[in-house]
Design a protein around this ligand. Structure first.
Ligand SMILES: [Mg+2]
Ligand SMILES: [Zn+2]
Ligand SMILES: [Zn+2]
Length: 953
């Protein structure tokens, strides 16, 4: 409980300088109370709050028709006032019970002094008062030392044995110490002694933790709600207060009637129970108080405050944000880069304030006329006098007519509006990017996926949700558009300057690009593909694409437009054919000259292993993820270099934008192609591979298994010898363990070989007509390891880096010893007992998924699979907490106009942002070449010297 003064409504607002916490003393509780609650009733038959009941109108009102009897104000204006309950017998505050026990143990039952000599008490007191040591550590030491004393050094009284039973029972020797006695004891402790026990004589005397009066919180803090049926449902705290008042009343009656002691003690305990669960309903050793209907646990005061959904984290530290929306994300390959598909329902709810001028008045009138229900419409008009009028079907004509410059129209979100889009955990700058709106039907946010922009968000589409924020001022809109929506952030990770391009096409787009770079296509279809890609492209405007009968195609890259001559190959069925490479070249600039890149899909192939680009034309080579990535990096760097040559000081915005657009076109072309011609991967593909390599893999497995078996057998023999010839001592155990470790690592290495060899084999005989190769080798998705596992061999499984195994037989480890009693020396009952697990027993899976795993293989494979799941769970939990820590420390930091980082109190946190003032995402040029720089400086100095000397002479 906090020390609270009666809130006075008419007081002017004040700044909070500091907050002191303490325990409310009984007289203060009575002083701040406006009513003593004596009746467990809530309302009379007419629904009016009972006087002296828990809803007494002197504690405030929540009904619109009523007025507070304390401050005279109606519901909504009355802040609420405290009441109190006079407890018939004192009870312990459950959250202080354990502290009270410590205090009792450290003090004398007779004189109440701390059981330490006078001089020691004085010395501790000085430490506390002069702030030499934290009070907490002094108190801990005092209690620790005093509770060990057999007798009191002040009066000589003998110490008593104090025991504590959770949550609120304290015994002295074998007798129950009732709160009345505890309170009397605590009252005896002098102020000085209280201080060294960690309490404060004015703000928190220990006896105040034994409650004699219970404050009743204002009605406004526990309002009842009216259900649809017209019934009243009371707040959990009210329910609990009713219980307390009822039991308290009964106890009072029993005391007055002079009831026998056991009955009184029962009722007293019941009162203690209700007060305990009222304060904290999740306390150990006490049954949880539940709702009479439904049986849901009631929320105590502690439950209101504690945890993620408590008052602190949910309502005080966390804020709900206006002009934001959240929904599931889905991909849309047709969407332009930087564009975000926003559901119409969301666009109608989120508004942008637009000031009326003589230039936009006609447009805004139309929006007002459309009203709140028709999409490009508006929800509010704010007149110049500040009045805010909701647009309805009834008033929209009038509002539109009366619209004049200076008014503000809160219009719906529309195509092209800049917005912020965010996914949690927000770990880096690319987790929150600027986008342009595209209003669409449906209920999900659509992310442009041709050059997949989910990469920086770390999003996928298995149900991920993301948040949208709409900037409200012209300045904020400009900032989102120019800085957050900055192409640089869309293209690069912020760490490496501009060395490495990110967000290149992935998945099916890469498969499409790869296949296209290998294909001959009928000219007519090539035109169609280009047309399909062209459709959405507003940026492509300078190039007018027309279907022409001749084998020519206009290509363009920004302002440079050239005719592209398709070189047609041998006609098929009378139709001229062009290469896919020529198609892809449509989107490459002419100045992209003499580029040579080695691909990963077939690096050893003489003809296709190298991608060669001359004057913007891909002349040979198979494209894959690596080369597309390489081409994009080339474009962005060369473009930037050209911009610099033109005198541009910061070329990266433009370079990044252009590159992203080219990337989008190429990615979409790939998508279109793969959609049209199809690409599947099924079990047949694995059958092919299986048939082809089965015998060889079998041989590899046999060989490795034989080798491993020999090592295991030899190891077994040596372990046996060790056990027989040496006495059981530490060194023998250590030698045994060492030997075992060596054998294990040798066996692991040998049994890993077959899978590694299989992969090498698969790579060596790669078949680029098999989709099972195309997918991983083009860099679209997956790896050769996946293929090997599916088609041929599971390989050696590992749990925590070791072969799956049972307890070690000669272990010192307690847990393993326990396991040893029940079951030892083999992994499952299907094997013979042995000191070292055999090949199969140790998780060597020689079957692949195509063939199917046998029972043992499946089980051991699942063991290592489970480890992966657990690891992943821990990793995400860790990064989630990292996010929380990062956000709470950085959330109110800003960079001011002078480049300094400041907190919300305007304190300077850093003199220069990031200590060097550099935003790595916008830094350009690569790392400094010190040798080269020195040489340049040297030359300049020499030149200067020569000039000076020449001038003098
Ligand atoms: Mg997901
Ligand atoms: Zn009031
Ligand atoms: Zn004493």
């Amino acid at each position: 409980m906090t020390l609270m003064e009666e809130p006075r409504v008419q007081d002017p607002p004040k700044y909070v300088k500091r907050i002191l916490f303490g325990i409310l003393p009984p007289d203060k509780i009575r002083k701040m109370s406006k009513v003593e609650v004596t009746s467990p009733e809530t309302y009379d038959e007419d629904g009016y709050p009972i006087e002296g009941g828990v809803m007494d109108t002197r504690m405030g009102v929540i009904d619109p028709g009523l007025r507070c009897r304390t401050c005279g104000q109606p519901a909504g204006r009355c802040p609420g006032h405290f009441g109190h309950i006079e407890l018939a017998r004192p009870v312990l505050h459950p959250r202080y019970a354990e502290r009270i026990k410590d205090v009792l143990r450290a003090t004398c039952p007779e004189c109440g002094r701390v059981k330490l000599p006078e001089d020691e008490i004085e010395s501790y007191l000085r430490e506390v008062r002069e702030g030499i040591r934290p009070v907490k550590s002094v108190a801990a030491e005092v209690i620790d030392r005093a509770e060990k004393r057999e007798s009191c050094p002040h009066c000589g009284a003998e110490s008593r044995k104090i025991t504590y039973q959770k949550p609120t029972t304290i015994m002295m020797d074998d007798e129950r110490l009732w709160p009345v006695d505890i309170r009397a004891w605590l009252e005896k402790i002098p102020d000085e002694d209280v201080e060294i026990l960690g309490f404060h004589p004015e703000r928190a005397r220990p006896e105040w933790a034994v409650l004699t009066v219970l404050p009743v919180p204002p009605v406004t803090m526990r309002p009842s709600i009216i259900l649809e049926t017209g019934e009243r449902a009371e707040d959990d705290l009210t329910h609990k207060l009713v219980d307390i008042v009822r039991v308290n009343l009964r106890l009072k009656e029993s005391l007055e009637a002079g009831a026998p002691e056991p009955i009184i003690e029962d009722q007293w305990d019941l009162l203690q129970y209700h007060v305990t669960t009222y304060i904290d309903n999740e306390i150990g050793g006490v049954p949880v108080a539940r709702h009479r209907t439904g049986g849901k646990p009631l929320k105590g005061i502690v439950q209101r405050l504690k945890g993620k959904e408590g008052r602190f984290r949910q309502n005080l530290a966390g804020k709900r944000v206006n002009f934001s929306a959240r929904s599931v994300i889905t991909p849309d390959p047709e969407l332009d880069p930087f564009t975000l598909g926003v559901p119409e329902a969301i666009a109608k709810e989120l508004t942008v304030p637009e000031r009326v001028t003589e230039w936009n008045i006609d447009r805004l009138r139309k929006l007002v006329l459309n009203g709140p229900n028709k999409h490009p419409g508006a929800n509010y008009v704010v007149k110049r006098d500040g009045s805010r009028i909701r647009i309805t079907d009834e008033n929209k004509e009038k509002l539109a007519e009366d619209l004049e410059p200076g008014d503000v129209v809160e219009r719906h979100l529309m195509d092209g509006d800049p917005v912020m889009f965010n996914r949690q955990p927000t770990l880096h700058i690319q987790s929150e990017l600027g986008f342009r709106v595209r209003v669409m039907p449906g209920k999900t946010f659509r992310l442009p996926a041709a050059c997949y922009m989910g990469v920086g968000f770390n999003a996928d589409f298995d149900g991920d949700e993301m948040n949208l924020h709409v900037p409200q001022s012209e300045e904020a809109r400009a900032e989102v558009r120019e800085l957050m929506g900055c192409y640089v952030y869309h293209l690069w990770p912020p760490k490496n300057g501009h060395e490495d391009v990110r967000n290149s096409p992935i998945h099916e787009a890469i498969v499409g690009i790869h296949l296209l770079s290998r294909a001959w296509i009928p000219l007519r279809e090539a035109y169609q593909l280009l047309e399909e890609v062209k459709k959405e492209g507003d940026w492509f405007e300078p190039t007018e694409v027309k279907l022409k009968p001749e084998a020519k195609y206009r290509r363009g890259f920004e302002e440079e437009i050239h005719e592209l001559e398709f070189v047609c190959g041998q006609p098929r069925e009378g139709e001229p054919l062009v290469t896919g490479r020529q198609l892809l070249s449509v989107f490459l600039p002419d100045w992209l000259d003499r580029v040579e890149l080695e691909n990963a899909v077939c690096p050893d192939d003489e003809e296709h292993g190298k991608v060669v680009i001359e004057k913007g034309r891909i002349v040979r080579g198979f494209l894959d993820e690596k080369t597309v990535h390489g081409i994009m990096t080339e474009i962005v760097h060369r473009y930037a270099a050209r911009e610099v040559a033109r005198g541009e000081s910061y070329p990266w915005f433009k370079a990044a934008e252009t590159t992203l657009r080219a990337m989008d076109k190429i990615g979409r072309l790939g998508l279109r192609f793969v959609t049209r011609y199809g690409f599947t991967l099924g079990i047949d593909e694995f059958e092919d591979i299986y048939e082809r390599f089965r015998d060889e893999v079998e041989r590899l497995c046999d060989e490795a298994a034989k080798k491993a078996k020999e090592i295991i057998e030899r190891g077994e023999r040596r372990l046996q010898e060790l056990e027989e010839h040496e006495t059981c001592n530490r060194s023998r155990i250590e030698r045994g363990e060492m030997l075992e470790r060596n054998i294990e690592s040798e066996v692991m290495a040998i049994l890993n070989q077959p899978r590694v060899e299989t992969e090498r084999l698969l790579k060596k005989h790669r078949d680029l007509f098999n989709p099972a190769y195309i997918m991983p080798e083009s860099g679209a998705r997956g790896s050769i390891t996946n293929i090997a596992r599916m088609a041929l061999i599971g390989g050696q499984q590992a749990v925590m880096g070791e072969r799956p195994h049972r307890a070690k037989h000669n272990t010192e480890h307690i847990m393993e010893k326990i396991v040893n009693y029940s079951y030892t020396d083999r992994v499952t009952p299907h094997f013979e007992k042995s000191l070292i697990p055999g090949v199969k027993e140790g998780g060597f899976v020689r079957s692949g998924f195509f063939e199917g795993l046998d029972m043992v293989e499946y089980f051991l494979h699942a063991m290592s699979g489970r480890e992966g799941l657990i690891d992943k769970g821990f990793r995400t939990a860790d990064s989630g907490y990292l996010h929380r820590r990062y956000v709470t420390t950085a959330l109110d930091l800003i960079v001011d106009s002078g480049g300094r980082v400041r907190d919300s109190a305007n304190n300077v946190i850093q003199l220069t942002y990031g200590e060097d003032g550099v935003d790595p995402a916008k830094k350009w040029g690569l790392n400094l070449d010190v040798e080269k720089a020195l040489k340049v400086v040297k030359e300049v100095v020499l030149e200067e010297e020569r000039r000076v000397r020449g001038g003098a002479g």
